[in-house]
Structure formats: structure tokens, C-alpha cells
Design a protein around this ligand. Structure first.
Ligand code: CAA
Length: 240
């Protein structure tokens, strides 16, 4: 039986590449999305990957959505907590709403996604938890106090889960993408983005498929001793 993988934010950007890669590798994939029905329908039509709509910021919606996925596809073996948003602003201009929205989606969203799946993984003595953090959780970023806080928090979640899951055959690892060619990065003002790219030794943005490659590596059955780690994929922009 194919292993079942859930990818949050799995119909667009990095998540889309992850969903496609896992399907190509033989997983039964469920991709969640928050709002863009049109894009999700086009994605399902093009890939055959089922999409499910819920807000990862809501525990109730996540638990109900995950129960539906498991009823339709079977128990989730691999969970990729990828859904994330930005609300960039210098700290002196950042509003409490901008802070809270990013916390709800990027940080609480990881709790809400993994927590309902975790007991089943413990019972079955197998699980792969993969959290998409960010280079900016490692180094901070001008204009991203909210986002950097969540992405650093994601690393704390992973390191703790790794210790709790290790004896139950569950691994938890993080991937820290650098600047990847997605809508999120393309939304950065052109002149700001040009300066960022100039600071990447690789001389280019990363491709979503290069992050999906890391996910495939961590998701594999024989990746069981890789636990609590952080894979950086940033074109040599930053070293921990
Ligand atoms: N370091 C130092 N100063 C900086 C700076 C930086 N990195 N970036 C901007 N500034 C300065 C500007 O030079 C300008 O200075 P002056 O006022 O002296 O001219 C000032 O800050 C701009 O201040 P403003 O109040 O005008 O800022 P703003 O309201 O226009 O907002 C910003 C600026 C929204 C932060 C904008 O610079 C921006 O979008 N920066 C990019 C942030 C970023 O990297 N986001 C990543 C998004 S992608 C992602 O998050 C994916 C991932 O995981 C990597």
C-alpha cells in the first residue's frame, strides 16, 4: 500500500512542487489550500492530486479536515507543514493584526496540522513530520519580525518533536529554504528583490523543485535516523 502524505499549502508555490514530487515517488498525496479554489481545481485537474480546503490557523478545521483525508485516503504517514504567509513591514509599522495573522498560520498552523495526526503515528510506530521553515527563521530579516519569529519557532517545534517521536519511529525535521522563485518572493518590490538576489552566492533564486527534493529525502522509509535536523537550501546565502 502506498504511503499517504499530507502537504499543507500544497497546491501552489513550494507546496505544489512538494505534492507533485511525492506523487511521482509513489505516495498517495492530499494537498490543502486556504482560499484559491480556481487554482486548486486546476491543480487537481492537471495532477490528479486531491485538494482539501481548510484554514490551518483553526484547530477545529484542521482536525476535521485531517479526519476527512484519513477516511478517504487512509492514515497519514508523512505530513509536510508547508502553509505559510508573509505580512512584511518594518517593526515600527507592523500592526498587531499583521503579527497575529502570521503567528496563526505559520506557527500555530504547524501545531494544528501535526497534533491531530501525531497519535496515529505513535500507534502505528511510523511517521515523518517535515516542517518548511525559512532562512529568515535562522538569520532574521528586515521587515519580518513576525515571519522570522514563526520560522524560528518552527525549528523549536521540530527539535522537540524529534525527541518525543524518536522511540515511536517518528522523525521530525525542518527545511530552511532560502529565496525561492514563488509568488511570495516575487511579491517583494523589484528593487528590494534585486538586492537580495545579489546577496545569494549562487546568483539566482532557488526553484521549488529543489525544496521538494529535500522533502523526498526526509520522507523516505530509510531516513529514520535523520531526526531533529535542519536542511538549509539557500544557494550558500547563509550558514548556521
Ligand atoms: N536593511 C537595512 N535597511 C533596509 C533594508 C534592509 N534589509 N530594507 C529596507 N531598508 C531601509 C530602506 O533603505 C529605507 O531606508 P530609508 O528610509 O533611509 O530610505 C527603509 O528601510 C524603508 O523603510 P520604509 O518605512 O519605507 O519601509 P516600507 O514600509 O517600504 O517596507 C519592507 C519595507 C516591506 C520591509 C520592504 O523592504 C521589503 O519588502 N523587504 C523585503 C523583506 C523580505 O525579504 N521578505 C521576504 C519575503 S519572501 C519570504 O519570506 C520567503 C522566505 O522564507 C525567504
Amino acid at each position: 500500500m502506498a504511503r499517504v502524505a499530507l502537504v499543507t499549502g500544497g497546491s501552489r508555490g513550494i507546496g505544489e512542487a512538494i505534492s507533485k514530487r511525492l506523487k511521482a515517488d509513489g505516495y498517495e498525496v492530499a494537498a490543502t489550500y486556504a482560499g484559491n479554489d480556481e487554482k486548486a481545481a486546476a491543480f487537481t485537474k492537471a495532477t490528479g492530486i486531491k485538494t482539501y480546503k481548510w484554514n490551518v490557523g483553526s484547530y477545529e478545521d484542521s482536525a476535521a479536515g485531517i479526519a476527512k483525508v484519513e477516511a478517504e485516503l487512509g492514515p497519514i504517514d508523512v505530513v509536510v507543514a508547508n502553509a505559510g504567509i508573509t505580512r512584511d513591514a518594518p517593526f515600527h509599522k507592523m500592526t498587531p493584526a499583521q503579527w497575529q495573522e502570521v503567528i496563526d498560520t505559520n506557527l500555530t498552523g504547524v501545531f494544528n496540522t501535526v497534533h491531530p495526526i501525531w497519535p496515529g503515528m505513535r500507534e502505528r510506530k511510523f511517521g515523518r513530520v517535515i516542517v518548511i521553515s525559512s532562512i529568515n527563521g535562522q538569520k532574521g530579516q528586515f521587515g519580518q519580525v513576525n515571519y522570522a519569529a514563526t520560522k524560528a519557532g518552527d525549528l523549536g517545534i521540530v527539535k522537540s518533536l524529534a525527541q518525543e517521536g524518536a522511540r515511536a519511529g517518528i522523525t521530525a525535521n525542518a527545511i530552511c529554504p532560502g529565496y525561492i522563485a514563488t509568488e511570495m518572493v516575487m511579491a517583494i518590490p523589484e528593487e528590494v528583490r534585486a538586492k537580495i538576489v545579489a546577496g545569494i552566492p549562487a546568483g539566482r533564486l532557488g526553484e521549488p523543485e529543489e525544496i521538494a527534493r529535500c522533502v523526498a529525502f526526509l520522507a523516505a522509509d530509510d531516513a529514520g535516523f535523520i531526526n531533529g535536523s535542519t536542511i538549509s537550501a539557500n544557494g550558500a546565502q547563509f550558514f548556521v
